[in-house]
Design a protein around this ligand. Structure first.
Ligand code: C2E
Ligand code: MG
Ligand code: MG
Length: 739
């Protein structure tokens, strides 16, 4: 809809331009046509005028055979001969020159003879034309005088003048001529000449002939007061003194311009319309192309600043928004918070359910967070499972409130297309008061706080404190060191014996050890979670498993327990991987016990059940480590294929101190007997603990009381001594605890 409105906005003026252009073109054509018609009319008027004058002149010229003749001077001036005058000026002029009225004017300008239609007439009849005739006679005298002035003798040309005059609504040809001798007789030349005057009324037939001669339409006489047809051409006769119209000769002139205009109008309109349509189509197309360009530019711009998966602002836009928020701090004061959100164990989802499930979870969480932030705040995705919120105009309390809300909405079971996952997050926050803080620094601080939140046990938020810097730096150092150590296999595996009450070794637990080149030994309680977070757990686990399988050959008949983390177990390829390791090290699965923690069973999914069952089918036995610490539900034990329970050290260490611990152990022992499970007590350090455990019915113990975890060579030694251990008094592991 938006698009069509904007198209109309452009098309309407374009259509208007086309209409105006067509009007201008038609208007111009009309103007040119009119000009052509005017030119044509003027030309016809000039032609007709010329034709009329020619006609008058021809009449006058025909007078000269009579008027230039010695006899004419002799019959008038010398001795007036009335008969000659009547025959020639009267009869001859009427018969041969078609002059109906003829007059003779003497040398004093008086009319001495008048003739009309075959008979002598009253000389006063000249009065009707005297005014017009005076002008013509004046012209004759001028013409005659001009030639004489040049010293030339007169000839037939200078001796006559023919004109058209209008009298009483009629048009006459008037011819005037001097009566002169045709000889050069000085006697006759000395006379001041008489003048012959003849008039002929122009007939309609003569006008028709004139029309045909000059190829114009029929010429008609129009009297003053009669309406003249519009667009007609005319030769107008006016009164010389008043300028009043006396009569007009009128005809309809040819209109070549108008004819051409009418003929060309339809094709011109059609061509214009066609061109207009083409222009509109081209405009529409170019507009569409322009819109396409604008859209793709906007898309490219959007993509440069937004995350493709969630459509949220990316790192670049985040930095820009944070900069703006900090600049506002300068003007308005207050605080801005930067909140880093990391999804807990997101790697597990990717590893076990695949990347599509991981993407789905990211999108789900992006929607959840978007739903709770204010419109002025910014939610960005920086990559992986890391989101960040910029909260403007805030303080510690409202930032903490937002962090709690985020924890709330992101914690819980999520139904993904590929299965159900339990999702939670950890949050690190920093509050900025100072507008000079760089976005990178603010992000680093929030990131440090996020590490702290994860360290504190995930599912919580932490505010940045200055001391965090050192902790995180150390963590980074250790992360790099661990990665390198795994890469070069600089990881040791030690073994702790599991014994019966007589000290007979019944099994060993493989435990990994890592010594940092500068910081010394690092506790597995620190580097195992670190390996999980950095995505190194699979390689580390494989390394330990391969070593344990290889070493198990040294102690035939002795089970080697290996700790396997949830991350490893949830990998779809884990069972196949174990099969490969067995083949690679030529080991029987029955030699190996897999220790899992309750956490593995917590996400009560069918995949874990299947994996455990497959492993058990292959011959591995399964032990449930640290039993009693987590959310142990007896239900798990019947549902999962577990062979052994390892009572957590915390219960054992409280024996003799907290009576409840003894009660719990008794209950666990009873339960395991009922379910036909083996039972091991971990962390047995004193004879007293051993004694109580024996009373409760727990037969197998593992702890410093008999042996700390030791290198394989020491186990070799122990095995050589009848597999029997004596109680040792030292109970210090000797490892450095890193916190
Ligand atoms: P865990 O599997 O419960 O291992 C037993 C831990 O208790 C070991 O700590 C062991 O040294 C300690 N321990 C045994 N007897 C005593 C005692 O009498 N007194 C005291 N105070 N401690 C005793 P360690 O080796 O530091 O390992 C800690 C945890 O790290 C292990 O707990 C296990 O969960 C994990 N871990 C160690 N190696 C691996 C490994 O290769 N893979 C995995 N996934 N986890 C491992
Ligand atoms: Mg263990
Ligand atoms: Mg344990």
């Amino acid at each position: 809809m938006k698009r069509s409105v904007s198209e109309l906005k452009l098309l309407a003026p374009m259509a208007l331009i086309v209409v105006v252009a067509v009007c201008a073109l038609v208007g111009s054509l009309w103007m040119w046509a009119d000009q052509a018609d005017t030119l044509s009319r003027n030309r016809e008027e000039s032609l007709v005028k010329l034709g009329l004058n020619q006609m008058a002149d021809d009449h006058a010229l025909l007078m000269t055979p009579i008027t230039i003749w010695d006899k004419a001077v002799e019959s008038t001036h010398v001795k007036y001969d009335k008969k000659w005058v009547k025959d020639n000026i009267g009869g001859y002029f009427e018969s041969y020159l078609k002059f109906e009225s003829n007059f003779l004017m003497d040398d004093k300008g008086a009319i001495v003879f008048a003739y009309r239609k075959g008979a002598e007439a009253d000389t006063q009849s000249f009065d009707g034309i005297s005014q017009q005739a005076a002008g013509v006679i004046k012209d004759l005298r001028t013409r005659f005088g001009e030639r004489a002035a040049r010293g030339l003798s007169y000839n037939s040309d200078s001796n006559h003048v023919g004109r058209l005059i209008a009298v009483n609504g009629k048009i006459y040809i008037i011819g005037v001529s001097f009566l002169l001798p045709d000889s050069q007789d000085p006697k006759l030349l000395a006379y001041k000449p008489y003048i012959a005057v003849g008039t002929h009324e122009l007939s309609q037939q003569e006008l028709v002939a004139l029309s045909q001669r000059y190829m114009v339409s029929e010429i008609k006489l129009v009297q003053p007061g009669q309406t003249r047809p519009e667009g007609s051409a005319a030769v107008t006769f006016r009164d010389d003194s008043t300028g009043e119209v006396m009569v007009e000769l009128v005809w309809m002139p040819d209109t070549p311009g108008r004819t051409l205009f009418v003929r060309s109008l339809a094709p011109v309109l059609m061509i214009s319309l066609g061109l207009g349509l083409i222009a509109l189509v081209l405009l529409h197309q170019s507009q569409k192309a322009a819109q396409g360009l604008i859209a793709s530019e906007a898309k490219a711009k959007h993509m440069a600043l937004h995350d493709a998966l969630t459509g949220l602002p990316n790192r670049t836009l985040f930095a820009d928004r944070l900069k703006q928020a900090c600049e506002r701090l300068n003007r308005q004061g207050g605080q801005v918070s930067v909140m880093c959100i990391g999804l807990d164990r997101f790697k597990d989802v990717n590893d076990t359910l695949g990347h599509l499930a991981g993407d789905e979870l990211i999108r789900h969480n992006a929607t959840k967070i978007s739903g709770i932030i204010r419109s002025g705040d910014t939610l960005a995705r920086l990559g992986g499972d890391e989101f960040v919120i910029i909260q403007t105009d805030t303080d510690g309390l409202s930032t903490a409130a937002l962090a709690k809300r985020v924890l709330e909405v992101l914690t819980g079971t999520v139904n993904l297309q590929s299965g159900q996952v339990f999702s939670s997050c950890s949050i690190g926050v920093t509050l900025i008061h100072d507008s000079d803080v760089e976005p990178a620094e603010a992000l680093r601080q929030a990131d440090l706080a996020l590490y702290r939140a994860k360290d504190l046990g995930r599912g919580q938020y932490a505010f940045f404190e200055v001391e965090m810097d050192a902790t995180i730096k150390l963590r980074k150092t250790l992360e790099t060191g661990l990665r390198e150590a795994i890469h070069v296999e600089d990881i040791d595996v030690v073994y702790q014996p599991q014994v019966d009450h007589f000290g007979n070794i019944v099994g060993v637990e493989a435990l990994c050890r890592w010594t940092h080149p500068t910081r010394g030994p690092v506790s597995p309680s620190y580097f195992i979670p670190l390996a999980e977070e950095c995505g190194l757990m699979h390689e580390l686990g494989s390394l330990v498993m391969r070593r344990a399988m290889t070493d198990s050959h040294r102690w035939p008949g002795l089970k080697v327990a290996v700790n396997v983390s949830a991350t490893q177990l949830r990998r779809a390829s884990f069972v196949g991987h174990m099969r490969n390791l067995l083949a690679e090290t030529h080991t029987a699965a029955t030699q190996i016990e897999i220790e899992i923690t309750e956490g593995v069973l917590l996400n009560d999914d069918t995949t874990t059940q299947t994996v455990l069952r497959d492993l058990r089918h292959m011959g591995f036995s399964i032990a449930l480590d640290d039993f009693g610490t987590g959310y142990s539900s007896l239900g798990y034990l019947s549902r999962y294929p577990v062979d052994k329970i390892k009572i957590d050290r915390s219960f054992v260490s409280n024996l003799g101190v907290d009576p409840e611990s003894e009660a719990v152990i008794r209950a666990i022992v009873k339960l395991s007997k009922a379910l036909n499970l083996n039972i091991v007590a971990e962390g047995v350090e004193t004879r007293a603990q051993k004694a109580i455990l024996r009373q409760t019915g727990c037969q197998i113990i593992q702890g410093y009381l008999f042996s700390k975890p030791v290198p394989r060579e020491e186990i070799d030694e122990m095995m050589r001594h009848d597999r029997r251990l004596t109680i040792s008094d030292g109970n210090v592991d000797g490892m450095k605890q890193v916190s």
